[in-house]
Design a protein around this ligand. Structure first.
Ligand code: ATP
Ligand code: MG
Length: 419
C-alpha cells in the first residue's frame, strides 16, 4: 500500500478525553478512531490488525474442531426470560431495543440463549456429539465505565465458542483441548510469555472457571501468580482452600495486575435444561447436554498488545499481527531514488512481503521516521541518495533498533527471511 493513498493521517496528540494508553497510541498512529467512550471505528491499518488476530484464533479453534457460524446481534426476549437473564437486575449491561410494533429485543452480550434452541433442530443423538460451534461477532454491553480504550468496549469483537457434550467426561476432554489451544493462540499473538492460566469463580457447575490473564499495570483484575508453575488465582476466589487445591504455596505467590484476555467455563446444563436440549445416550437414557463456553476478546487483545508491546515512540507489533511487515521510506524525490524505491516496493510486494510505502513528496525524513516508529511495523527500510551511493537501503528493526545496510540486489531474500 502506498502511504499517499491512505486517507488516514497520524496525529501528534490523542483526544484529551482518552486516558487509556492503548487507545491513545492506536488513535495517534491512525489505527482507530474514537466515536464515544467504549466505541471505536477500526481504520484501514487497525482493521488489518484486528483481522490478523481473528485469523490466528480461527486457525487454532478450527484445529480443535470448532465450526464457525455467525449468529444475529438481535436477541429474542422470551429466550432470556426462560433462563432468567432478561431482567436488568440479573444482567446489568443489556442494551435493549424494540420493533416498530413494540416487541422488545436485546442486543446480544453473549449467545448461549441463541445457540441452545438452534441446536435443538440438529442434535438428535449422542452420535452427534461432541460439537463446538463458534463465531467472531460484535457484542454489545452497556458497561458502566468504559475508560480502558479497546480493553473495555461497549461494542466490541469477541470470539465465542460453545461446546456441547453428552457427558462430563466428554465435556472435560474438549475443555482441556481448548485450554491448550488458547495458550497456543496467545503465544502466536506475541503475548504468551505474559499470559497465565488463572483459576477464577466457576458458577454452579464446576469449582473454578479458567481465565487467561495477561500481566499489565493497565489491567482491571488482580491475580496471584506462581511464576515458576505459570499458573495464577484470581483475587475473587483467592483463599487457602484454592491455594491448596492447586498445590501452590501462599508466600510464593505474587500479587499482580492483569487483563483478562480470554476465559473458559463449564456451564453444565444451565442453558440445555431450559430449552429441553437433551438426547438419548448409548444406554437409551435421556440426558441434558453439558455445555462449555470459551471467549476471547479480540479487540481487547488488540488493546492488550498495544499496551504491552510499545515504547515512548509508539507501537511495536509482533509480525504475526502487524498490518504490514515493512515501512518503506523514500527520502527525497531525486529521479534515481524514486526509481530505486519504486523497484524495491514492487519486488517486495511481488515476493509476498507486505509493505507500506511512504511515497509522500511533502513529508520530511523526520516525519517519516516518527510515523514509522509510531505505527510500529516490524521493519523500516530507507531508500535515500546516501544509501544508493552504496547500492543499498538501510534496514532497521523496530524491536532491537539495530540497523544494517543491505544491498539492493539482496534485499528480497534478506527481508523474506528476516523474522
Ligand atoms: P470482564 O470481567 O472483563 O468484564 P467478562 O467476564 O464479562 O469480562 P466474558 O463475558 O466472559 O467476560 O467475555 C469473554 C471475553 O470477552 C473476556 O474474557 C474478555 O476478553 C472479553 N470482554 C469482555 N467484556 C469486554 C468488553 N467490554 N470489551 C472488550 N472485551 C471484553
Ligand atoms: Mg463483564
Amino acid at each position: 500500500m502506498r502511504r499517499s493513498q491512505l486517507f488516514v493521517k497520524t496525529r501528534r496528540d490523542a483526544p484529551s478525553d482518552e486516558t487509556a494508553r492503548n487507545a491513545q497510541l492506536l488513535i495517534r498512529a491512525g489505527y482507530i478512531h474514537k466515536e464515544m467512550a467504549g466505541v471505536y471505528t477500526f481504520l484501514p491499518l487497525g482493521l488489518k490488525v484486528l483481522n490478523n488476530i481473528a485469523n490466528i484464533i480461527r486457525k487454532e479453534i478450527d484445529a480443535i474442531g470448532g465450526q464457525e457460524i455467525l449468529m444475529p446481534a438481535l436477541q429474542i426476549k422470551e429466550r432470556y426470560e426462560k433462563t432468567g437473564r432478561w431482567d436488568d437486575k440479573v444482567v446489568d449491561d443489556w442494551f435493549k431495543t424494540w420493533l416498530v410494533n413494540g416487541t422488545e429485543l436485546g442486543l446480544g452480550f453473549s449467545h448461549e440463549e441463541n445457540l441452545s434452541p438452534l441446536l435443538k433442530n440438529f442434535i438428535n443423538s449422542y452420535r452427534d456429539l461432541p460439537i463446538a460451534p463458534y463465531q467472531i461477532q460484535t457484542k454489545f454491553r452497556n458497561e458502566l465505565r468504559s475508560k480502558s480504550g479497546l480493553m473495555r468496549g461497549r461494542e466490541f469483537l469477541m470470539k465465542d465458542m460453545y461446546s456441547y457434550a453428552i457427558s462430563e467426561e466428554q465435556h472435560k476432554a474438549f475443555y482441556e483441548k481448548a485450554k491448550l489451544a488458547y495458550q497456543k493462540i496467545f503465544d502466536r499473538l506475541g503475548i504468551g510469555g505474559q499470559t497465565f492460566l488463572t483459576s477464577a469463580s466457576g458458577g454452579s457447575f464446576s469449582k473454578y472457571s479458567h481465565e487467561f490473564q495477561t500481566l499489565s499495570k493497565a489491567g482491571e483484575d488482580t491475580i496471584y501468580l506462581d511464576r515458576k508453575k505459570k499458573i495464577a488465582i484470581n483475587k475473587e476466589v483467592f483463599n487457602d482452600e484454592v491455594i491448596k487445591d492447586l498445590d501452590l504455596t501462599r508466600n510464593e505467590l505474587e500479587e499482580v495486575r492483569a487483563i483478562e484476555v480470554g476465559n473458559i467455563f463449564n456451564l453444565g446444563t444451565k442453558f440445555s435444561e431450559p430449552f429441553g436440549l437433551k438426547v438419548l445416550d448409548k444406554q437409551g437414557k435421556s440426558v441434558e447436554l453439558i455445555m462449555g463456553c470459551y471467549g476471547i476478546g479480540i479487540s481487547r487483545v488488540m488493546g492488550t498488545i498495544a499496551e504491552l508491546l510499545s515504547d515512548d515512540k509508539g507501537l511495536i507489533w509482533p509480525e504475526a499481527v502487524a498490518p504490514f511487515k515493512i515501512y518503506l521510506a523514500r527520502l527525497g524525490d531525486a529521479q534515481d531514488t524514486v526509481r530505486a524505491a519504486e523497484k524495491t516496493y514492487n519486488e517486495l510486494t511481488e515476493a509476498g512481503v507486505k509493505v507500506l510505502y511512504d511515497d509522500r513528496r511533502d513529508a520530511s525524513a523526520g516525519e517519516m521516521f516518527a510515523d514509522a516508529d509510531l505505527m510500529g511495523l516490524p521493519l523500516r527500510l530507507v531508500v535515500s541518495q546516501k544509501s544508493l551511493q552504496e547500492g543499498s537501503a538501510e534496514l532497521k528493526n523496530r524491536t532491537s533498533e539495530s540497523t544494517q545496510l543491505i544491498r539492493l540486489d539482496k534485499l528480497v531474500e534478506t527481508i523474506a527471511n528476516n523474522q
